[in-house]
Design a protein around this ligand. Sequence first.
Ligand code: FAD
Length: 381
Amino acid sequence: MTGGRRATRWRPGSGRSPSALEDELVLVTSDGEYRCSVAIFAVGMTEPWVPPIPGLELGMHYVHVSSAPDRYEDRRVVIVGKRNSAFEVGEAIVRSGLRELTLVSPRPPDLARLARSPLRPWYLTPYDEHVRGAPGRYVLNASVEKIERRGQEFLLHALDPTRPESVVVEVDDVVAATGFRAPLQDLPELGVTTVLDGRLPALTPFWESVTVPGVYFAGNVTQAAQGLRKHGVASVSSMVCGFRYNARILARHVAETVFGIRLGRPRIEPANVVPYLLGELTRAPELTMQKGYLARVLGIDAEAGIRNLGILPLEVFVDGSHDGVAATLEFDADETIRPVVYMRRRGVLNETALPPHPLRRYEDAEYGEPLDALVRPLLPS
Ligand SMILES: Cc1cc2nc3c(=O)[nH]c(=O)nc-3n(C[C@H](O)[C@H](O)[C@H](O)COP(=O)(O)OP(=O)(O)OC[C@H]3O[C@@H](n4cnc5c(N)ncnc54)[C@H](O)[C@@H]3O)c2cc1C
């Protein structure tokens, strides 16, 4: 795609009244124009991004880090950033004979809460060496003010809130491990509101632009819809193992809301509700991977009975109005994984966390009895 615009067309055969107007998206590509009423952009987060710090340039982004074994030999290197990619790059170059390695960003790495942190322990050699005081290994919690070039070297000025003066680090190489942005091209000009300094579109829980109906996103851009983030835990929509489950829900949502294809909502007998939910909590990959983000949802209605509404974003159930049950897995405040059951009865929402299980197996009486006691008042007699 090289560009896009919104057009307005008349819906065929519906007369020329204003209500017959239907928005249309026109995708301008190197292969001509494509028209559609809905577009799903799975464009990834593929453009290097650096924050607006004087002297920090896109050419310093870590996509340009060389894999030549002697590239950083006897060099002083500073990495701007302290998330997973910063430590991953540090880990990759720390054994290449470099003289100094400094990682710098305002916030300390959240090592005490690894389940909710993007950090992977296998990249933490630079941090381990820093805390043990190894020569030339530093991890600074400071905000980078500016980077100046002085001859062949750079001076990085950082504001450490515990010190009156800027910390100045003299280095030979600056690496910006500051992340990526989605290649949104002219979508913001078409009205697609963005978040995170324009790096991602602002999305509804069904991954639709909050400002331009009909513009949806799939793939790792779906991380922009953050969900409930209970206890600060993020979804894993930034990774294939997470966003693949969002894609199924999105396809179903578009099929139903745009194309009017009503998919089945099988009825479940009251006696099967508890075993079914416990089986889902034990085995459903959507719940295992997208903890606290996706949920198995049953709708309960006096006339329609109990209906399986499928896997849905938990936020959709919590912010909805229909009576029913949503079962999910969540990290609690201590990072222990627990089944959590949300129930809405006569419009009142309650949530109950069940006990953890060391092997995350929930299909026995330890879970069946409390779940049965919870959901029985909801079920049609
Ligand atoms: C080093 C590294 C390691 C990773 N390891 C893992 C891992 O172990 N497990 C995991 O789950 N995830 C991992 N990830 C993340 C994973 O690779 C990405 O989340 C995933 O590739 C994103 O998929 P996507 O389809 O959203 O976007 P992408 O794979 O980035 O695909 C985007 C597509 O959109 C196309 N595109 C973009 N703009 C346009 C345009 N204007 N017109 C037409 N086409 C366009 C691109 O050509 C591309 O084909 C890793 C990522 C990196 C960088």
